[in-house]
Design a protein around this ligand. Structure first.
Ligand code: DO4
Ligand code: MG
Length: 280
């Protein structure tokens, strides 16, 4: 089942049918115990209509309201190796190695709702950076009780030169206007996401594909519950939270995003998140 936030209301897609929820508050709509069963129960009393598909096409918003967006890092071997390489002049090789193996994962604050864009909106790269990449990441929706109740596609757009220059610059490399994309929906199921689900990143420049790669979720070093337990250990989230779970796909070092590039991230069962890099 998929939940879409649109400016005309909240659309539920279930078994090929589209419903408009009676809820009007996104935080109350998604932040519920047993979300899957609650929404299933609600749609039994609603009339499906294909018109609601047009709401998704024309009025879609990022699936977030009163949540913070957090992110995990160095959760895939590929990410650890890339960070060690980019920060070797700053003496960074060692600590990325250590965080990869340590019990405590790297978790950092990524964005408030105002810095998040949805499917079809523009992402940004920083004016003071020359090396920028998309990071395609399975993103969890965790309710206020700490249950993983949904999944979305996330793009942790990042400045690699700023991050590599000094690890203390991480917040500037990661958090700025339109540096986070989420969408197109929240995928909600009665069982955990299949670990064989594939994440695919495609980048188009002038209409041509300039990068394409996939990875399965089962390549992640840590479990999703482990990441959630560290995030929720000392933080309360009254409306729940979003947690990006790290990237396993990193373009070669010669690649940097350019204005006009179209970035498409697809995760099996969830959908495709598509964004264009806007002018600086
Ligand atoms: O340590 C830097 C951030 C890593 C990250 O964002 C990732 O692995 O996805
Ligand atoms: Mg990341």
């Amino acid at each position: 089942m998929k939940l879409y936030k649109t400016s005309k209301g909240f659309v539920v897609e279930d078994e090929g049918k589209y419903y408009l929820s009676k809820h009007t508050n996104w935080d109350e709509f998604i932040n519920r115990e047993n979300l899957y069963f609650e929404v299933k129960r609600e749609i039994q009393n609603l009339k499906p209509d294909f018109d609601y598909l047009n709401y998704i096409k024309d009025y879609l918003q990022a699936p977030i309201a009163g949540q913070e967006v957090w992110a995990s890092g160095v959760t895939y071997l590929r990410s650890k190796n890339a960070r060690m390489e980019e920060s070797k002049d700053a003496g960074g090789g060692d600590f990325y190695d250590r965080v990869y193996d340590a019990p405590r994962p790297e978790i950092f604050f990524k964005a408030t709702v105002g810095r998040v864009v949805g499917n079809g909106e523009n992402i940004r790269i920083r004016k003071d950076s020359k090396w920028n990449v998309p990071e395609p990441e399975l993103t969890l929706f965790i309710n206020s009780s700490g249950q993983i109740s949904g999944y979305t596609v996330g793009n942790d757009v990042s400045s690699r030169d700023i991050e590599g220059e000094n690890p203390l610059y991480l917040p500037q490399a990661k958090s700025y206007d339109k540096s986070a994309a989420l969408g197109p929906c929240i995928f909600v199921s009665d069982e955990p996401i299949d670990p064989q689900s594939k994440i695919t990143l495609e980048i188009f420049r002038g209409g041509n594909a300039v990068f394409s790669q996939s990875i399965e979720l089962n390549q992640m070093k840590r479990t999703l519950k482990e990441l959630v337990s560290y995030l929720y250990a000392e933080c309360t989230f009254v409306n729940g939270s979003f947690l990006m779970t790290g990237t396993g796909i990193i373009p070669e070092d010669s690649f940097s995003l350019q204005v006009g590039d179209k970035v498409e991230i697809t995760i099996d069962n969830i959908g495709k998140l598509s964004n264009t890099v806007e002018t600086k």
